[in-house]
Design a protein around this ligand. Sequence first.
Ligand code: SF4
Ligand code: SF4
Length: 85
Amino acid sequence: MIDKVDPARCVGCELCVKVCPVDVLRMQADDNGKLKAVIVYREECQSCFLCELYCPTDAIYVGPDRSPLHAVWMPEFAISFSKLI
Ligand code: SF4
Ligand code: SF4
């Protein structure tokens, strides 16, 4: 899930907003009138890492996958793995 956008690094290019498939981010003017990316719908994040990959200034950090899908996948992996040994 997306963790943070560093406003000090953000140059307002809007790439993250354009590539996010589920509309998590928006552009918002800071106190100096400069556009910065902000997280508005964090819970919608699909952990696809596109925003982090496309950001030219390394301003975005997407954390490790903490979605329920991961929890479902892990037991299956454990079962498959146990059959191998
Ligand atoms: S990780 Fe993917 S879904 Fe999440 S905010 Fe970035 S682009 Fe959007
Ligand atoms: S891609 Fe990076 S620099 Fe561009 S608006 Fe998003 S956070 Fe800011």
